[in-house]
Ligand binder design. Structure first.
Ligand code: PMM
Length: 282
């Protein structure tokens, strides 16, 4: 898969993006970093553990979550983006609101992660085009309140590739340059566990899109289901070893990056994969 993304380092290994959710209701960290000070502290810990980028978000996208206004989102993430950027960190802003992306870049963020892939607000790809920064275009079929009703596919990989291709056409028509774009299959977004596993097993097929692939499997509910004990899903915070296993497999399959909550295991795993690939006959 292609590895160059304008404005980001061309690493000899899979990139690790650490997640900083500044939300009272995120499924994965349960509001643990809802206030700015603890979110900043957490971001610094992720960077010390080896995160190449920290992805700061203020709107939960857990299934069923209600939307937040751009002003509330910025109230949550503003100080976190500014402080981490001032530390010299590479900060990505996870948002669907153009005004939040604009405020975040002004505060020092260098990348935009749009879980809607330009579909929630066409103003976002237009803004990203003018800013010229890296842009994550994720596969998305609708907001969290309705997305689980849209988890219906014939061939999930073919449909995700086809829909991502349409998103790429739309965002490039809005002025975003190809070399700004990273694609993401959007695990868990309008997808059930079987869809997620199939997308992971056939990840290399996403290379037909010609852009680097980011994978966000971390702590998601399909891992809780996989590791269930006596019918009870494994708790969110006890899914990090499985997440690390997915990081290793995704990196070996050619993923450009992984988005994870617990950075240390994944930072190690991507180095293991790179060491093996370096000596593999081509
Ligand atoms: N998943 C979540 C939020 N943002 N962004 C990208 N690019 N890919 C993802 O898979 C993704 C995302 C939801 O997970 P969280 O609540 O743990 O952040």
């Amino acid at each position: 898969m292609t590895s160059r993304v304008r404005g980001l380092p061309d690493l000899p290994r899979c990139l690790v993006m650490g997640v900083v959710n500044v939300t009272p209701d995120s499924f994965s960290d349960g509001g643990a970093f809802a206030d700015a000070d603890s979110a900043i502290k957490h971001g610094r810990e992720l960077l010390a553990a080896g995160a190449d980028v920290v992805d700061v978000g203020g709107e939960s996208t857990r299934p069923g979550a209600e939307r937040v206004t751009a002003d509330e989102e910025w109230r949550r993430v503003g100080p976190v983006v500014a402080e981490l950027a001032a530390d010299g960190a590479r900060v990505s802003i996870d948002t669907m609101h153009p005004v939040t992306a604009e405020r975040a870049l002004a505060a020092g963020a260098v990348m935009v992660n749009d879980v809607s892939g330009g579909r929630a607000d066409p103003g976002l790809p237009r803004f990203v085009a003018s800013a010229g920064v890296p842009y994550v275009v994720m596969h998305w079929r609708g907001h969290s309140t309705e997305m689980q009703s849209k988890a219906s596919y014939g061939d999930v990989v073919a449909e995700v590739v086809g829909e991502l291709r349409r998103s790429l056409d739309d965002v490039t028509a809005a002025g975003v340059a190809e070399d700004q774009i990273v694609v993401d299959p959007g695990l868990g977004f309008a997808k059930n566990a079987a869809h997620n596993w199939e997308l992971l097993a056939r990840l290399a097929e996403l290379s037909v899109l010609g852009r680097p692939v980011l994978v966000g499997a971390s702590r998601k509910s399909f891992l809780g289901t996989l590791l269930a004990d006596g019918g009870r899903p494994r708790g969110v915070r006890d899914r990090d070893d499985a997440t690390t296993a997915i990081t290793a497999l995704a990196a070996a399959a050619g993923a450009w990056g992984v988005r994870v909550h617990d950075v240390r295991g994944s930072a190690d795993a991507v180095r293991v994969v790179a060491a093996m690939r370096a000596v593999q006959p081509s």
